[in-house]
Write a protein that binds this ligand. Structure first.
Ligand code: 48F
Length: 263
C-alpha cells in the first residue's frame, strides 16, 4: 500500500463542494447592485472599481474565460497597446510594459489579462461564466432592473430541445460591456426603446476620446461601456489599442456609483 499524500476526501464531497458553493453564491447574487454583461477589459475595470467601492457586482460572461479582446492585441498577435495616459492603469494592475514611441505602451496580452482578471476578483467581483445574456428585466417607465440569462450551451442545442427557460437576476443598474455586439443595448433597440447605430471606420486619434466621453447611462438603468459605446453612438473604431476600453470602464464605474448614490 502506497503512503497517502492527499486528504481522505471522496467524490461525493467534491461534488457537494461545487454544487453547494455555486448555489450559495448564485442565490446571494440573484439580487445585486450592478450586473456587468461582458468580462472584457472595460467590464472588468468597471467591476474592479465598483467592487473596490463596496458595490455588490456580478459579471455575466458567455465564454468560460474572461478577458474578451484583451488576450490578443490585434491580428492574432498577443501584444496589447495602450496610448497614454492609460498606462497608469497598467501601473495600477502591475502589468510590465515598454514605451515603443512617446505615448504608446506595449504589454503582453496574457499577462495583462491575468492581472486584470485577478484585480477584479481580488476586489470582490463575482463571475457567472458560460452564461449568456438573453434579455433585460424591465420595471416602471421601462427602467432596466436586471438581466435574463441562460447557460451558453443552451443556445447551441438543436431546435427541437431549445425550450429551456432562462432565469433572471435583479440589479439596480446593468452595464453593457459586451464589446462590438452591444448585446444589451441591441435588446432594448429590438423592443423599440433605444436607437443604436453601428461603429464607424477606424480613426484611433478620435475614437478613444469619444468612447470615454460617451460612456454613461444610455437608457434608464443601463450604462454602456467600452466598445459597446461605439456601437450605440456610431463612433469610429479604434482597432487594436485598449486605453479607451480601460478608461471607459473607469468612467462607467463612476457613473454607476453616482446612480447608486455612492458618489
Ligand atoms: O469584446 P470585449 O473585449 O469588449 P470591450 O471591453 O473591449 C473591446 C476590445 O476588446 C476590442 C476593441 C478596442 O480595443 O476593439 O474589441 O468593450 O469583451 C466583451 C465581452 O462580452 C462578452 C464577450 O464574450 C466578451 O468577453 N459578451 C458578448 N456578448 C455577450 C457576452 C452576451 N450576450 N452575454 C454574455 N457575454
Amino acid at each position: 500500500m502506497t503512503k497517502k499524500i492527499f486528504s481522505a476526501v471522496g467524490e461525493k464531497e467534491v461534488t457537494r463542494a461545487i454544487v453547494g458553493e455555486y448555489a450559495r453564491q448564485f442565490n446571494e447574487y440573484v439580487e445585486s447592485d450592478a450586473v456587468i454583461v461582458g468580462g472584457g477589459p472595460s467590464g472588468l475595470i468597471a467591476g474592479r472599481d465598483l467592487a473596490t467601492a463596496g458595490v455588490k457586482v456580478l459579471v455575466v460572461e458567455r465564454n468560460n474565460y474572461l478577458g474578451g479582446g484583451f488576450w490578443i492585441g490585434g491580428f492574432l498577435l498577443n501584444k496589447i497597446t495602450v496610448r497614454g495616459p492609460a498606462e497608469s492603469i497598467l501601473d495600477e494592475l502591475g502589468v510590465p510594459y515598454t514605451e515603443t514611441t512617446p505615448g504608446l505602451f506595449v504589454a503582453d496580452g496574457p499577462h495583462a489579462c491575468a492581472k486584470l482578471i485577478g484585480a477584479a476578483c481580488d476586489a470582490g467581483v463575482k463571475i457567472l461564466n458560460m452564461t449568456l445574456f438573453d434579455d433585460v428585466v424591465l420595471r416602471e417607465n421601462n427602467r432596466v432592473a436586471g438581466v435574463v440569462i441562460n447557460w451558453t450551451p443552451v443556445s447551441a442545442l438543436p431546435r427541437e430541445i431549445t425550450c429551456v427557460d432562462p432565469v433572471a437576476m435583479e440589479s439596480k443598474v446593468v452595464v453593457d460591456a459586451t464589446g462590438h455586439d452591444a448585446s444589451v443595448a441591441k435588446c432594448l433597440e429590438r423592443r423599440g426603446l433605444l436607437k443604436c447605430s453601428t461603429y464607424g471606420a477606424m480613426w484611433v486619434e478620435r475614437s478613444e476620446d469619444l468612447v470615454v466621453e460617451h460612456t454613461g447611462e444610455a437608457h434608464p438603468g443601463l450604462v454602456v461601456s467600452g466598445m459597446a459605446v461605439s456601437t450605440v453612438y456610431g463612433l469610429p473604431r479604434m482597432g487594436p489599442t485598449f486605453g479607451g476600453m480601460l478608461l471607459s470602464g473607469k468612467r462607467a464605474a463612476e457613473v454607476v456609483l453616482k446612480m447608486l448614490g455612492k458618489k
